[in-house]
Design a binder for this molecule. Structure first.
Ligand SMILES: Cc1cc2nc3c(=O)[nH]c(=O)nc-3n(C[C@H](O)[C@H](O)[C@H](O)COP(=O)(O)OP(=O)(O)OC[C@H]3O[C@@H](n4cnc5c(N)ncnc54)[C@H](O)[C@@H]3O)c2cc1C
Ligand code: SF4
Length: 575
């Protein structure tokens, strides 16, 4: 077992045998469970004498309720859902089909509409959805089939035996800040599973353990990420049509940063429309003072956006990272006893800002492989590597291959990026070479001594923003709208290996960027005269919205996000 957080010693843990454990009940995990159930039903109908059971198939979800930690844009490309549940449109919670798209380039006060929508941003036929509501519905389908979803249970450690994953340990409950058992202590379960499927979303914590343990990223490009900061608004009807989609590039980012915004319209109550809007900032920016929550607030000040939101009300806030690295950053996705799905693997098309359909498809393919393993009673790498082959011969690869070099093309800024994108579009994704190299995003961050004290062209994006309380908000006001709650008296789930680095080096070299990139005010540098620089790191873990940005963006890579006590986290109703 690799230890990211020291587990309690001398604790007797209940042991539970399982056939399949799926960690994470997002679109990937739920689709996997549902497809596995369909295959078992079909098998049992055809073989009444050799029945397979679903009793020992479990989904672990850290949120208290299904879908509560799911945040996305979101537009759903229905391709994989039509394969999983033909006719799903009749009963799924879908908002309107997309009827109108536009792509704009923003300058500070003006905008230019692209004369034609680039092919990858054409969304006719896709649906506006709330991922939270969609996953709730999908989870209901899984439960109807007889598969158990344990909500409020996080996969907290992988159980390993030699080079094989043999199960998952769930989180201990009732442990205090100092790591002592409280009166309500309940030890986590050791689920010993034939097949462990990791569907934890971006930067999964068990996935990180697995990748480190087996050095799975040794032949891949480093995974790169963006963080999406989202607000949901209720605006007077008529401002945006239900099913209208707007993408923007440019302002408030400069040509040095990667990112852009989305605005999706759907129906609200009576005389209102709901607007989902957000800004994705690539976590490979140079200036450590840049604050992605501030970027969204600046974006809303653009006259076009401010007019759209005028007289409206912000009703929800949230943040989440997404894997941008594309095909070359995907690690091996199957091995001895394990498979990795969805965003945890990196199945996301960043050109389209879409991963839900890929997460679902990867879940289906993993289910087919797990089914074969159960039938053969063999979950060795020889059988589970069938998943790798299925992915490579499916439309997942076909779609991701065409954009395999997209993000890397922007390493030298927006203009170079647009040149490479054009070239890649006419060469089937190749561009100047088959595999463009990439650098981990955190490695691009520069020290304060290399940057202008005034902030230079990025000055308007640096540090905290105050907000006017109507159109723009400070972080704590935004955070309040995420509904985040955790048990306060528990060990910190943000593990910093060496806080001396924060107090002695980072504060001087980078100005403590954790205070800026965290969208939930978890990290603070407080006054402490005993420290060499007069400042000490202090954490408010109960603010955390589980976006994983700190784990990704910290320039020293000394922060690891581990799951807090199950049930804690944001409440992304309607997101
Ligand atoms: C801001 C933003 C906008 C986006 N817009 C779109 C869009 O418009 N269209 C689109 O197709 N895609 C979009 N995406 C991408 C899309 O949301 C993801 O690709 C998709 O949600 C991935 O599904 P998943 O099941 O792999 O992971 P997730 O949706 O992240 O689900 C993972 C689940 O696992 C749970 N979990 C994590 N770790 C553990 C653990 N250790 N134990 C137990 N449970 C755990 C989480 O609580 C969560 O419920 C967007 C992403 C972001 C961040
Ligand atoms: S502490 Fe880390 S995971 Fe939590 S909200 Fe802040 S950046 Fe995101």
């Amino acid at each position: 077992m690799i230890i990211f957080r020291q587990p309690l010693e001398n604790v007797e843990r209940p042991q539970m045998p399982a056939d399949v454990v799926i960690v994470g009940g997002g679109p990937a995990g739920m689709a996997c469970a549902l497809r596995l159930s369909q295959l078992i039903d079909a098998h049992n109908a055809a073989h009444p004498d050799a029945q397979l059971s679903k009793e020992n198939i479990y989904v672990l979800e850290k949120a208290r309720e299904i879908g509560q930690h799911c945040l996305s844009g979101a537009l759903l490309d229905p391709r994989s859902m039509r394969e999983l549940l033909p006719g799903f449109e009749k009963e799924a919670p879908l908002d309107p089909e997309v009827t109108k798209e536009a792509v704009y380039f923003f300058t500070e006060k003006s905008k230019f509409k692209f004369p034609i929508t680039p092919p990858f941003l054409r969304d006719h036929g896709n649906y506006v959805i709330s991922l939270n509501r969609f996953v709730k519905w999908l989870g209901g389908k899984v439960e109807e089939t007889g598969i158990t979803i344990f909500t409020g249970f996080a996969g907290s450690e992988l159980l390993l035996e030699g080079d094989r994953v043999i199960g998952v340990r769930t989180d201990d409950k009732g442990v205090d800040k100092e790591g002592h058992q409280k009166s309500n202590f309940e030890p986590g379960y050791d689920l010993h599973a034939k097949v462990v499927i990791l569907a934890e979303g971006p930067r999964g914590s068990l996935t990180k353990q697995l990748i480190e343990k087996f050095d799975l990223a040794k032949d891949t490009n480093p995974q790169t990420y963006g963080v999406g900061i989202k607000e949901l608004w209720e605006v007077p009807a008529g401002r945006i049509a239900p099913g209208e989609v707007i993408y923007t590039m440019g302002w408030p980012l400069t040509t040095r940063e990667y990112g852009g915004a989305w605005i999706y319209g759907s129906k609200g109550e009576a005389a209102t429309n709901i607007v989902s809007l957000g800004f994705v900032t690539g976590l490979d920016y140079v200036d450590p003072r840049l604050d992605p929550q501030h970027v969204l607030q600046e974006f809303k000040k653009h006259p076009f956006v401010a007019k759209l939101l005028e007289g409206g009300k912000m009703i929800r806030y949230g943040a989440k990272s997404m894997p941008y690295g594309g095909w070359w950053a995907i690690p091996p996705v199957a091995g001895n006893g394990w498979m990795i799905l969805g965003d945890s693997a990196g199945f996301l098309n960043s050109a389209r800002l879409k991963g839900i359909h890929l997460a679902i498809k990867s879940g289906m393919l993993a289910a087919e492989t797990a089914f074969e393993a159960l039938q053969k009673d063999d979950s060795s790498a020889a059988v589970l590597s069938g998943f790798q082959k299925k992915v490579e011969s499916s439309w997942i690869k076909e779609e991701l291959w065409k954009v395999r070099n997209l993000h890397q093309g922007f390493e030298h800024g927006m203009f170079a990026g647009m040149f490479h994108t054009g070239l890649q579009m006419i060469t089937g994704g190749r561009g100047l070479r088959n595999r463009y190299p990439a650098q981990a995003g955190y490695a691009r961050m520069e020290k304060l001594s290399q940057l202008p004290a005034s902030g230079g062209p990025e000055a308007h994006l640096l540090g905290p923003t105050k907000g006017d309380g109507k159109l723009t908000f400070d972080k704590l006001t935004d955070l309040y709208h995420s509904g985040t709650k955790h048990e306060e008296d528990q060990p910190s789930h943000l593990v910093i290996y060496d806080t001396n680095v924060c107090n002695t080096r980072c504060v001087k070299e980078y100005g403590s960027p954790c205070q800026n990139f965290c969208p939930a005010n978890v990290y603070e540098m407080v006054d402490d005269a005993s420290q060499p620089n007069g400042k000490r790191i202090s954490l408010n873990p109960s603010n955390c919205v589980h976006c994983k940005t700190c784990d990704v963006a910290d320039p020293y890579q000394i922060i690891t996000w581990v799951p807090p006590e199950g049930g804690g986290g944001p409440n992304y109703d309607g997101m």
